[in-house]
Design a binder for this molecule. Structure first.
Ligand code: ACO
Length: 429
């Protein structure tokens, strides 16, 4: 008869333990009963970078990294990118089901109604130096929003939580566009609530003297799809930051500032910015082999390549490649695309990348599209943050409502000095 358990023999003591296996996992706390003796606190699971540790059960996104599959709430990313809109996908992520027509109408109305930010927020943005990185401005102003909505601390009140979710999704494009306008010295362009979510973002980014900003439908749809593709990605670095910060129960603005800060780094959401810098540094096709050699010598990483979970083509990268063609038909071709395609082809034939299963990730091509749309390179991580907002919020809410979750507090293996006595200054060497 098969048993859903492991029988573990501790060769240090000869003792045997029965560890239950549930749904393909063992509980790390079950290891604690494996002890050398009474004074022993029990075995710990050691997993720097959480390579093989699940921190939650989640019903939001599903990834099969070997097959290159991504689904939100069961729906394949390809179908959502083809048929859904960002706001509908946001509803799906947050509430678990696709909305009915009236539900979607209310949701869009609510989000559109909350796109404005308090005038005082503009004063914070004004205070940043003119060349401040927009992601720094974004992280700080998201945190600052918490001071405007003190009721947001009532995280277990469903209605209050819903309002903050709506506010955060609604205000992110406004904060992002204002951060950009400040960095280029342009007056802020206020939200236009006649426009779609993506259309309004383009309006706030690019409106100048015209009375009404005219949105290009192809660019609007491309941006909307890019937001869909970035909307959630299970327990990535920034989502884990959202859950970890959120587990001490601050308001969601503060928790989301932590998530956005985690996104900023070049190994995560900052990678799209780094890809563009890398392609510019390479400059021409004949320099690709030399660059690849440097990567293989370990001098640098090929930005936009590799992923902790995908060991196959990132399905989002496939969709992005298609959108790139649509965008370039409007904007003209980004000359760096040929370089990127060639770099991908050379890398995917090289044993270094093949043996490590390193494929282009979502960030390899997204920057080329943003750049063709005249979005400055330092705004790329901010765009990622706009897209990821519903995912962060859905995961935060799921964490709060999950009875098994507690404050996130990993253990450590202490490797510092043994107890020693304080040495007064005059006796120190
Ligand atoms: N270029 C060159 N080599 C790489 C790359 C890369 N982009 N990524 C991984 N490797 C190599 C590592 O050197 C390592 O080789 P080794 O076994 O000889 O030491 C092996 O592949 C495994 O790499 P790890 O760093 O252990 O993989 P990990 O899962 O920790 O890192 C990460 C994943 C951070 C995404 C990594 O692939 C990377 O740095 N990529 C570049 C940055 C990037 O594009 N980030 C965006 C990720 S997607 C997102 O956040 C939206």
């Amino acid at each position: 008869m098969t048993k859903n358990s492991l029988t573990v023999t501790d060769n240090r003591t000869g003792k045997q333990y029965e560890i239950p296996v549930e749904d393909g996992f063992v509980r790390a706390t079950d290891l604690r009963k494996i002890k050398m003796g009474d004074g022993d606190a029990g075995l710990l699971a050691y997993d720097p970078g959480f390579l093989n540790t699940a921190a939650c059960r989640s019903a939001i996104s599903y990834i099969d990294g070997d097959k290159g599959v991504l689904r939100y709430r069961g729906y394949p990313i390809e179908q959502l990118a083809e048929q859904s809109t960002f706001l509908e996908t946001a509803y799906l992520l947050v509430y678990g089901e696709l909305p009915s027509a009236p539900q979607l109408e209310v949701w869009i109305k609510e989000i559109t109604h909350h796109t404005f930010i308090h005038e005082n927020i503009k004063k914070f943005i004004d205070g940043f130096h003119h060349d401040a990185h927009p992601m720094g401005v974004f992280v700080s102003t998201v945190a600052a929003l918490s001071t405007f909505y003190p009721e947001a601390k009532q995280i277990y009140d469903n209605e209050v939580r819903h309002t903050q979710i709506v506010r955060l999704i609604a205000k992110m494009p406004t904060l992002a566009a204002f951060a950009h306008r400040h960095s280029v010295g342009l007056p802020y362009a206020y939200p236009d609530n006649d426009l779609s979510y993506a259309g309004n973002f383009l309006n706030m980014m690019f409106k100048t003297t015209e009375v009404k900003y005219e949105v290009n439908p192809t660019l609007q749809r491309a941006l909307d799809v890019l937001f869909i593709l970035h909307a959630d990605h299970e327990q990535n670095c920034s989502t884990s930051a959202m859950r970890t910060a959120g587990s001490s129960h601050p308001d969601p603005y503060t928790a989301m500032a932590a998530a956005a800060a985690a996104l900023y780094g070049p190994l995560h959401g900052g990678a799209n910015e780094e890809v563009l810098k890398m392609l510019r540094e390479i400059g021409s096709k004949d320099r690709i082999p030399g660059y690849i050699e440097r990567v293989k010598r370990g001098e640098l990483r090929l930005m936009g390549f590799g992923h902790r979970i995908y060991k196959n083509y990132d399905p989002r990268a496939t969709i992005i490649k298609r959108i790139a063609d649509e965008v370039f038909s409007v904007t003209g071709k980004n000359p760096l695309i040929d370089l990127a395609v060639e770099l991908e082809q050379i890398a995917l034939q090289d044993d270094y990348f093949v043996s490590r299963k390193l494929y282009p990730n979502v960030d390899f091509y997204s920057g080329l599209i943003y750049e063709a749309m005249q979005i400055p390179v330092d705004m790329f991580p901010v765009l990622f943050a706009i897209g990821r907002t519903p995912g962060w919020l859905a995961q935060w809410q799921e964490m709060l409502l999950d009875k098994e979750q507690r404050i996130a507090r990993p253990r450590q293996i202490y490797v510092g000095p043994e107890k020693r006595d304080y040495v007064p200054m005059e006796r120190r060497k």
